[in-house]
Write a protein that binds this ligand. Structure first.
Ligand SMILES: C[S@@+](CC[C@H](N)C(=O)[O-])C[C@H]1O[C@@H](n2cnc3c(N)ncnc32)[C@H](O)[C@@H]1O
Length: 355
């Protein structure tokens, strides 16, 4: 997208913890002019810059000062500071571990510090719903309120905003100019985008194959036993449908009840399950293709995260590191949710201008 295409209401943004640019891309689609992305993972630089007309800064958020962000904004009518700190310390997958020593808890405090140092008009954050129960979140909201922001937050299903995926996320939006609300669902129940809508048109693959026209459309090879297993799984089903000899010993035990959502197949006619950082592995969740006997390809995971089909993740000629690219895709804010957030701020600005 050319910088000239960006307009909406004179909002310029900086995106902390920008990853490969899911949030940035969505904000830009809503017309927000994103001027900077900051992330400490060098693997994010190419996808962030190749798909978004915005510079990437490789740095830890805890090491940067507000001046860097203010310089990137320049003269702007409205300034938005966005930041989606790593969610692993708060995710349900990591419950049971003691995270009190996890330095990433404190990244939200640095986000708050940068809000204080840069005095933006608007702030937004996306994270896992469980963050709402943590003291670090209440403290973050308290700091914003003390800086005269009106803060709203809610848990939304991304499927309500055009994402072909069941993915519940906490969205916080804050403004120094009154209350800003997330726009109403664009694809509520009954109108949700399905797996078929999203990936039905992609080229068929067999397990282990790569599409010659799109290196990202590649899927993992399956062992003979996993190939037999997936052939026995119906769309929407899992290992419980397999013949006894294919079932893993750990699943046979009563405690196997806990593993109902592994080795599953997705179904065509609804949103996909939540894409994790491991969506490319058949045994890692309900990530079997609805009818082909294989796991999802990297491209399919990205499209289910509502990235455009031509979003570039790896430079031409560079090797594709499947685990790394899968992690970056699974960690992203779905583009369509980012777009809904951007449209919400644009509507807020129109209200402020009396338009
Ligand atoms: C949930 S992901 C963000 C996804 C991104 N907003 C998107 O839409 O694609 C969290 C990101 O935080 C980055 N990260 C972790 N610790 C960081 C730090 N100290 N400073 C900057 N970035 C950090 C990770 O590399 C990861 O890309």
């Amino acid at each position: 997208m050319e910088r000239g295409a960006v307009s909406a209401g004179g909002i310029r943004a900086a995106d902390l913890f920008c990853g490969v640019g899911g949030l940035t891309h969505g904000l830009r689609r809503a017309g927000v002019d994103v001027r900077l992305g900051v992330d400490l993972d060098p693997a994010c630089e190419y996808p962030y810059e190749a798909n978004n007309d915005a510079p990437f800064m490789k740095a830890g958020v805890e090491t940067i000062s507000g001046d860097v962000i203010k310089k990137a904004w320049g003269e702007a009518d409205f300034r938005l500071l966005a930041g989606c700190a790593p969610c692993q310390p708060f995710s349900t997958y990591s419950q049971g571990r003691d995270h009190t020593q996890d330095g990433r808890w404190f990244l939200l405090d640095h986000f708050a510090r940068l809000v204080e140092e840069t005095s933006p008009d608007f702030v937004t954050m996306e994270n896992v719903p469980r963050l709402r129960d943590q003291a670090v979140f209440s403290s973050f909201v308290g700091k914003l309120e003390a800086l005269s922001f009106t803060v709203t937050h809610q848990v939304v299903n991304c499927a309500d905003y055009g994402v072909p995926q069941d993915r519940k996320r906490l969205v916080l939006m804050a403004s120094r100019h009154g209350s800003v609300e997330l726009i109403a669902p664009t694809t509520p129940q009954g109108k949700r985008r399905t797996v078929r809508d999203a990936i039905g048109g992609l080229r068929a693959l067999v397990a282990g194959e790569m599409d010659g026209n799109d290196r990202l459309h590649q899927c993992a090879a399956l062992t003979d036993i996993n190939l037999r297993r997936i052939k026995h799984s119906k769309p929407g089903g899992n290992w419980r449908e397999w013949p006894e000899d294919l079932i893993l010993a750990c699943h046979r035990k009563r405690s196997g009840e806990r593993y109902g959502s592994v080795y599953g197949r997705m179904s065509w006619n609804g949103p996909s399950p939540t894409m994790t950082t491991q969506f490319f592995g058949y045994g890692n969740g309900r990530f079997g293709h609805p009818e082909q006997d294989r796991a999802l390809s990297l491209r399919e995971g990205a499209v289910l995260q509502s990235f455009p089909k031509n979003y570039r993740f790896v430079k031409q000629g560079d090797p594709i590191l499947v685990k790394e690219v899968g992690r970056l895709i699974g960690n992203a804010v779905p583009v369509k949710l980012g777009e809904a957030i951007g449209r919400s701020f644009a509507a807020h600005v129109r209200g402020l201008r009396g338009a």
